[in-house]
Design a protein around this ligand. Sequence first.
Ligand code: NAD
Length: 502
Amino acid sequence: MTHTLIGAPVLVVGAGIMGAGIAQVAAQAGHSVLLFDTRDGAAAQAKDKLTQTLEGLAAKGKLSAEAVAQTLSRIITIAALEEAADVGLVVEAIVEKLDAKRGLFQQLEAIVAADCVLASNTSSISVTAIANGLQHPQRLVGMHFFNPVPLMKLVEVVSGLQTDAAVASSIFELSKVWGKVPVHARSTPGFIVNRIARPYYAESLALLQEQAATPAVLDACLRSAGFRMGPCELMDLIGHDTNFSVTQSVFEANFYDKRFVPSLVQRELVDGGLLGRKSGRGFYDYAQAVSAPEPAVVEPVALPTAQLLRVHGQGPVADRWVAALMQAGQAFLRVPDSDWVGLGVEGAQLRLTDGRTATQLGVEVSVFDLPLNAPSGAALAWASSLRASPAWTRAAPRWLATLGFKPQRVADTPALVVARTLAMLINEAADAVQQGVCTQDGADAAMKLGVNYPAGPFEWLAQWSTPAVLGVLDALDAHYRGERYRVSPWLRQRPWMDVESS
Ligand code: NAD
C-alpha cells in the first residue's frame, strides 16, 4: 500500500509535552489537527499553553500574527475519538505503557479508515509488540520525536517486524515536510539514539564508581572533546530517574546483557532522591544557580627547562607537539617510526593513550587522553604509572600545559576519559549497523540531531582510525574482563573492509 500523508488531517492522541509539540509542528506544516486526551480538559489546556507560546514568539517578531492565528485555527480539540473518523494519520503520544498503546490502536482501528496510518511516538516500547493484535499491523510505525518537538530536528522512523515499507517511507517523507530530519530505524531496544548513547553515561559512571575522577573533571574533559554538556551535568539535567529507567529498560530488553548493566552510582542517587536539577541536587548542588561546573584544580603551569626531547610517532597529535615545542623555542628530535605517539623527555615517556594503562607501559610513563579536536586551553585527562617517580609525575602535566592543555589528573585507567567514551560509542554504533538497526549515515545523523553530539560515531571512526579504536577496546576488555567491552564483530572485521575499499 502507498500513502501520501502530506496535507492529510492528523489526529494526535495524548496532549502532554510531546503530543502538544507534535500538534504544533503538524499544524504549522498546514495540516488540520485533532487533539485528544482522556484526562478532562487536558487537550484544551495544551492548546491554551500553545497559544501563549506562539503569541510569545509573535511578540518577539519570530512569527507573524497571521501565522499564529492560522496555526491555532488548525488545531481542534475533540472529546471523543469517534470524531476523528476521517483522519489520514494518527500520532499517538500517550503514557509509555504497552497495554495502553495496544488498546488505543485497537480502538482506533474500529473508527478510522483501513488505510489510515497509525504512528506511535514511543521512546522504548517495541513497535512490533504494539502492532500485535491489530487487524492491519502493517500500518503501524514508530514516529519517534525528541523533546522539545518544535526544536529538535530528528525523527526516528521505526519499523516493526510487520511494518509495511511503504508506510515507513510515507512517514519519512512527511517528517521532511514537517521540517525534520528522519532516519530509518529497526524496532530494537532503545532504537538508535537511546541505544548508542548509553556508553556516554555508562563510561563516566564506571569511572566514578572506580573513583578514577570527579564529575567536574569528567565533564570538563568531554566538553573539551566538543560535547555541549559533560555526561554528569547532562544526567543532572535529564533527571537521574529518567536516565536510569532508560538504561534499565535497554538492559532488560536485551535479556540482561552485561554490556548495558545500569550503575550503582546512579541507583544510589535515584534512591536518595538526588535526581539532578529538578530536585536541586544530583552530582552537583543547584541550591544556588550556577553555570556549568569547572574542575576545581588545574595543575600549575611552568615552562620546563630544556632537556633531551623527542617527538614520537606521526599524525595530528605528533604534529601538535612539534608546533608547540617550536613555539616554546625547545630543541627536539623526531622519531616518526616509533610505535607510540607523544613526547620523550630524557628516558621518560608522555604517550597518547592506546588503551593500555601507564603502569602497563612502564616505569617513567604517563599517558594522556585523545585530544580529538580539543582547542587550546581545553581540559585533557592524563595519568601516571603507579611506578613513576614523583619528579616525573610532577613534570608530565607541565609538558601537557606546554602543549596548550589544562591537564586533569585521573587514576591510571585504560583509555582515560575521551578515548574510552568515544571508542565505546563507536562500538555500540557498529553493533547497531551490523544488526540492521540503522545505516552508518543514519547513526551519525541521529546522534548529531537527537542528542547534539559534535560528530557522529562513524565520523569519529574515520577521523581516529579503526586499528586505534580496536586497540582501545581490546585494552579495556583485557583490563576489565567483562562483557561490556567486547568488540563489535562488525568493527573487528572493519580493517579488511577498509583495505578492500582503498
Ligand atoms: P505526558 O505525561 O506529558 O503526556 C501524556 C498524555 O497522555 C497525558 O496528558 C495523559 O493524560 C494522556 N493519556 C494517557 N493515556 C491516554 C489514553 N489512553 N488516551 C489518550 N490520552 C492519554 O507524556 P510525554 O512526555 O508527552 O510522553 C508521551 C509519549 O511520548 C510516551 O510514549 C513517551 O515515552 C514518548 N516520548 C517522550 C519524550 C519526552 O522527552 N518526554 C521523548 C520522546 C518520546
